[in-house]
Design a protein around this ligand. Structure first.
Ligand code: GLN
Length: 474
């Protein structure tokens, strides 16, 4: 059922929102035992909110269950970005997106599992004591990352449901692709980051993941728009995204990114994307090939320099004094910080802090961080030029089908980072992009797995994503 139809039934009393919420929570607990999609399920808070909605079901999201990536602050509920260093942290305020969802009657059901602080593409880099989410189609495989729990639960449940994910370099579209759902990462600044536990401030975005495109559009209408509390949040009118679903796509200009099909891309994925592109042509879209060499050749190193540099300064605050787990205070401050951080941060977090600190250190700053910032500008220019000619650019979201955990273990650190090769470009450029599930393919082991297509649009043109996405899903 689409969220809109469900909400109508809540409003006219056909569904009892409190009873429904109780059932939803039980179902989530059951799924969680097997799949690890939640770090916490907030039963008490969800039922309290359901009771409020029962009294006043006038909100745009009345009664809709919403799961939330752990790095987004929810008042009174553990919000840890999947890290032991924040275990037990219960924010005293709601992130702006949460405030808006609650105001419209949405019901927050829990915090979803993720790579610690968002550092990963498979959700295997979870914090110490946290569990790895398992792919809904095959438990031996990864959900993608870093919003892996959001992707998994969105696919697994049958009741109407939306999840809020976060992306710095691809963490919304990647798990959406691996879990076979829609994930929309908005333009940088379209949705407020107030109350998000930062990874990289110039890159982070919050966006919805859902099974229906109409649900994605509906949630975007609620969460997007100016926020007094966040200076990078844009003061631009919010479109009626819902109106874009089911509009004719004839005349739409689509560029297929040539470098999106290089060596290393699964043949099944290439086949499926090309098949779907033919269908778009039949529906009246004009399709041809475009080269985005700067973005694909230099995107990864540029992203990992900028992302880790920003992360290393952001994470400095978790030192066990004002923020983060306290340990017994003894020795010098440096001894204390060392103890807190080495005990409570995972291996990948430590690696990123070291990498980022190195890249922006005096003497190396020009060679790494500043050079990356310059290439970022080149990448933005390359996309802007492309959007003079095209409405939408397309390519696979990730080059491979969801891998199994044994294969992931064999990857080197750099091979791990390579899963982001196609997603870092739009993230560096702050462009809105979306994963659309376009069907299933069998891998070498004969398992049917979801394939995702990534659509990229120009700044603030989320409308075109919804329009083309809905045509693809017909
Ligand atoms: N996989 C990327 C990384 O590890 C992207 C993560 C994200 O978008 N949060 O940095």
């Amino acid at each position: 059922m689409k969220a809109e139809d469900f909400i109508t039934q809540i409003k006219n009393g056909k569904i009892d929102v409190v009873e429904h919420t109780k059932k939803v929570i039980e179902e989530c607990k059951k799924i969680n035992k097997e799949y690890n999609y939640f770090n916490v399920i907030c039963e008490k808070e969800a039922i309290e909110q359901a009771k409020k909605v029962k009294k006043d079901p006038s909100g745009k999201l009345a009664g809709l269950p919403v799961s939330v990536k752990d790095c987004i602050c929810v008042k009174g509920v553990d919000s840890t970005a999947g890290s032991r260093i924040l275990k037990g942290y219960k924010p005293t305020f709601d992130a702006t997106v949460i405030e808006r969802v609650k105001k419209e009657g949405g019901i927050i059901i829990g915090k979803t599992s993720q790579d610690e602080f968002g550092f990963g593409g498979f959700s295997v880099n979870v914090g110490i004591d946290y569990k790895i989410p398992l792919n809904p189609f095959d438990k031996k495989r990864a959900c993608g990352g870093s919003s892996g729990g959001s992707g998994g639960i969105t696919q697994k449940v049958d009741f109407p449901h939306v999840s809020l994910g976060e992306s710095t370099g691809g963490s919304i579209v990647n798990p959406a692709s691996f879990c076979g759902v829609i994930g929309l990462c908005p333009t940088y600044g379209r949705v407020s980051r107030h109350g998000l536990l930062d990874y990289g401030n110039s890159l982070d975005k919050i966006g919805p993941m859902a099974k229906n495109i109409e649900d994605v559009a509906l949630v975007m209408e609620v969460i997007a728009g100016k926020d007094e509390n966040e200076s990078t949040c844009l003061d631009e009118p919010v479109d009626d995204y819902s109106k874009q679903a089911n509009i004719d796509i004839s005349g739409m200009k689509i560029g297929i990114i040539k470098e999106g099909f290089r060596k290393g891309t699964d043949k099944e994925i290439e086949k499926k994307i090309k098949e779907k592109t033919k269908e778009l042509e039949k529906a009246g879209a004009e399709v041809d090939e475009i080269s985005l060499k700067t973005s694909i050749d230099y995107g990864l190193p540029t992203y990992y320099m900028i992302g880790t540099s920003e992360a290393s300064t952001n994470l400095a605050r978790y030192c066990g004094m004002r923020y983060g787990k306290h340990e017994k205070l003894e020795g010098s401050f440096n001894d204390y910080f060392k103890k807190v951080r080495s005990r409570n941060l995972g291996k990948e977090v430590k690696r990123r802090i070291m990498l980022g600190t190195f890249a922006r250190m005096a003497g190396y700053r020009d060679a790494y961080y500043l050079k990356a910032a310059k290439i970022r500008t080149k990448i933005i220019e390359e996309y802007k030029k492309a959007f003079k000619k095209y409405d939408i650019l397309i390519c696979p979201t990730v080059p491979i089908l969801p891998p199994n955990f044994d294969d992931i273990k064999k990857l080197s650190v750099v091979q791990n980072y390579m899963i982001d090769v196609l997603t870092v470009g739009p993230n560096l450029a702050g462009l809105p992009h979306m994963n659309v599930p376009i069907g299933f393919e069998k891998d070498g082991a004969g398992v049917e797995l979801p394939v995702g297509m990534m659509l990229i649009a120009d700044h603030l043109d989320e409308n075109s994503l919804i329009r083309l996405g809905s045509a693809l899903l017909k």
